[in-house]
Design a protein around this ligand. Sequence first.
Ligand code: AMP
Ligand code: GLY
Length: 423
Amino acid sequence: MKVLLIGSGGREHALAWKIAQSPLLDALYAAPGNPGIADHATLVALNVEDHAAVIAFAKEKAIDFVVIGPEAPLVAGLADDLRAAGIATFGPSKAAAQLEGSKGFTKDLCARYDIPTGAYQRFKSAEPARDYVREQGAPIVIKADGLAAGKGVTVAMTEAEALAAIDECFDGAFGTAGAEVVVEAFLDGEEASFFCLSDGKTALALATAQDHKRVGDGDTGPNTGGMGAYSPAPVMTPAMVERTMKEIIEPTISGMAKDGNPFSGVFFAGLMITAKGPELIEYNVRFGDPECQVLMMRLKSDLLPILYATATGTLDKVQAEWRDDAALTVVLASKGYPGAYDKNTPIAHVPEASAEAKVFHAGTALKDGKLVATGGRVLNVTALGKDVTEAQARAYALTDRVEWENGFCRRDIGWQAVAREKA
Ligand code: AMP
Ligand code: GLY
């Protein structure tokens, strides 16, 4: 099979690394890719916003299957256009990608199909939103409706904070993404991420993970795209996974199909495990970054036939086998991230992979043959272990061998799981 992978982050490096191990693979291309992905794929300088160019490349190379990594091309309808051109594609349609692209869309789906989530209202102007907040009181959550790079959510512990967040959205802090606002009840509990594939009819549960969104140790400082993750998430017991499938995933699949938007791709469900059980915080319609890196390290099965079955409606014919080991990834970011940071800082050394540890590339590039950091999140040092404690020790041992002066990382990724394992 000839495969084209779309994307250039740590998530796509992990997908490329795993796809490249498939005996079914004849050739792997990545657009635009990164220097880490180049170890497994031929990089192609395509503008992925130019759907006609992507299709023309796929036809020229007789690509059998396209795997789309990030959300932006999905929300822009790249999967629809590829499928219309007769090319099998992993990733949801533009209509189904609204599950990630519009928080209001997802909340309305939950309301229609009785999927547990926080009570909410949607607003197109500030005044009624403010009234609703005054009526409900704090804590309460304010969300820009559209894609806001993970920054459009304010968990307001006071009414004043909530009112300020509403003004910020309607004053244009998130551009068009904030033209509509969802105000939502605060859910109390432990967060977990759950990954599940669907071909529109069948669901295949993958695995669970926990992310670390704050930039600083002890979960302090501003939110980021994710500073590290581990899998599995201990709060997601087999019973909780079963409830999530029955109460959240299955009604989503049937509801989306009933509404005329069948979902094909990966559900990345952000869950709050409350006293009542699992409740949906949000859906993403692609693998998490850096959650994908820990999932790929733990997946024993060949990824390629699983993704292909998802895209071609034969998910009932495949299974996914997982290692019992835990996996943990530490994100090395440019100093200053998630604020401003220097670009093109030199990375002098990236240690070699071993059987149980590997460094995935995210925001890296080659300049005059030398590796440099070009992004906020730059390297993902990922390791397996018999438990999170061991995976954490291995990941940090490898992290300490990376030579990059402008890099920093959190030193406590996995702290909740490690504390549990000590108890
Ligand atoms: P989201 O972008 O929707 O994942 O929200 C970002 C973060 O805000 C989540 O990971 C949660 O930590 C928090 N959050 C979102 N919605 C709620 C809620 N209803 N109750 C409590 N925390 C929330
Ligand atoms: N790590 C969170 C995300 O991929 O959205």
